[in-house]
Ligand binder design. Structure first.
Ligand SMILES: *Cc1c(COP(=O)(O)O)cnc(C)c1O
Length: 424
């Protein structure tokens, strides 16, 4: 058969784009070559509905091995007793949690999307907000989680579930405090660690597992694996909420979650992606990844300092994790304009609403900046200053197209020193 040059030429173009640019989208990363290799192979041909040892199709003995390996490695990373590696994405993992524990119309509470939360935490545009009764907590004027408000709302509204976790929040979480009020009202605590999971894996941030009943994550952000989702429990439990499966039987939480993934909301698992998850989990268990996670945190600190020195307003005045949220209003630039112009200089990041933003989500007053991807490229603390200098040069000369184009040249030159997939 003839090779599909049309598609492979496009893929090559994307490789060049990734090689040449400074990637600052906080949710992105570069997997290892072997993570990608584990995804592109015969495992994609196999149907394996069900779970290892209990499948609906024959011929699953090999994929059972790879899925079991992924589960065992993941349990080791987070010291868990149970894990499900089948969710196709973070949103799918969260969907399964809702399906497992909530009936349509029941009430839950999450961080407001406009304050850093995620679509699946109750946005009216998402299944979570359409199917269930979503209420929200927010952040203080300083940009920190408003725990007083969270507690007051929890006591007044008695949601069945409280979600902690965010997509644009640069500080650590007080999981113990959330669990305390949840216990008062009998609520389930669900932590969505899609963003900081790689730092949590190495003990660099508070551990949600002892305080939260259920934990989900993506695998492609700071965990540096293939695109996908996971669900974990440190301690399985006979659920005290009396939640029943579709047949009316009482089940343990792990059984409810397994049923909610399959057959509840997905069909056949992506065993090729699960193989790549297993490779990524193997990498996370090494000392190299410990070094990587520490470098991510150190780079974020260095970058935050460099921005503050140039009088950029960081929400909450800094960061504990891998990202920062910057309010550009004192610079008279919108998030949209900043994103679009930086894109022309091949510096990729996203516009982002800041807490109490007066602009629409399509314009926004801020940008979100993350370091996981450039840290994977090999950039260290001293390069963070260079990156901030380049961003500042563009933003301070935002209508000077000739200058922006010159900066793109400087960007290529800088990133040429940090080869990406030289084997390809
Ligand atoms: C990225 C993210 C998700 C969703 O992940 P997808 O794989 O894009 O579906 C869920 N929750 C949070 C907090 C996230 O940041």
């Amino acid at each position: 058969m003839q090779r599909d040059t049309q598609v492979f030429d496009i893929i090559r173009k994307e490789l060049e784009r990734q090689r040449n640019g400074i990637e600052l989208i906080a949710s992105e990363n570069f997997t290892s070559l072997q993570v990608m290799q584990a995804m592109g192979n015969v495992l994609t041909n196999k149907y394996a509905e069900g779970y290892p040892g209990r499948r609906y199709y024959g011929g699953c003995e090999v994929v059972d091995e790879v899925e079991t390996l992924a589960i065992e490695r993941l349990k080791k990373i987070f010291n868990c007793s149970w894990a499900n590696v089948q969710p196709h994405s973070g949103a799918q993992a969260n969907g399964a949690v809702f399906l497992a524990v909530m009936k349509p119309g029941e009430k839950f509470m999450g961080l407001d999307l406009s304050m850093g939360g995620h679509l699946t935490h109750g946005s009216p545009a998402n299944f979570s907000g359409k199917t269930y009764h979503a209420i929200h907590y927010g952040v203080t004027p300083e940009g920190l989680i408003d725990y007083d408000q969270l507690e007051a709302k929890a006591r007044a509204e008695k949601p069945k579930m409280i979600i902690c976790g965010a997509s644009a929040y640069s500080r650590d979480w007080d999981y113990a405090r959330i669990r305390k009020v949840a216990d008062e009202i009998g609520a389930i605590v669900f932590a969505d660690i899609a963003h900081p999971a790689g730092l949590i894996a190495k003990g660099l941030l508070n551990d949600p597992f002892d305080h939260c009943h259920i934990v989900t994550s993506t695998t492609h952000k700071t965990l540096r694996g293939p695109r996908g989702g996971i669900i974990m429990l440190r301690h399985d439990f006979e659920n005290p909420w009396g939640i029943k499966d579709p047949k009316g039987n009482l089940r343990t939480m792990s059984q409810l979650l397994d049923l909610a993934v399959f057959p509840g909301s997905q069909g056949g698992p992506l065993e090729h992606v699960i193989a790549a998850k297993a490779v990524a989990f193997g990498e996370i268990l090494t000392d190299n990844f410990t070094t990587y996670a520490r470098q991510v945190q150190a780079n974020a600190q260095a970058m935050a300092k460099a921005f503050v020195a140039k009088e950029y307003h960081l929400i909450s005045k800094g960061t504990d994790n891998h990202l920062m949220l910057i309010d550009l209003r004192n610079k008279n630039i919108t998030g949209k304009k900043a994103q679009e112009t930086l894109d022309k200089a091949h510096i990729t990041l996203n516009k982002n609403a800041v807490p109490f933003d007066d602009k629409s989500p399509f314009v926004t007053s801020g940008i979100r900046v993350g370091v996981p991807a450039i840290t994977s490229r090999g950039l260290k603390e001293e390069h963070m200053q260079t990156v901030v200098d380049l961003i500042d040069k563009v933003l301070m000369n935002i209508d000077d197209t000739a200058l922006v184009s010159r900066v793109s040249g400087e960007v290529h030159e800088l990133m040429g020193g940090f080869p990406l997939y030289p084997e390809l």
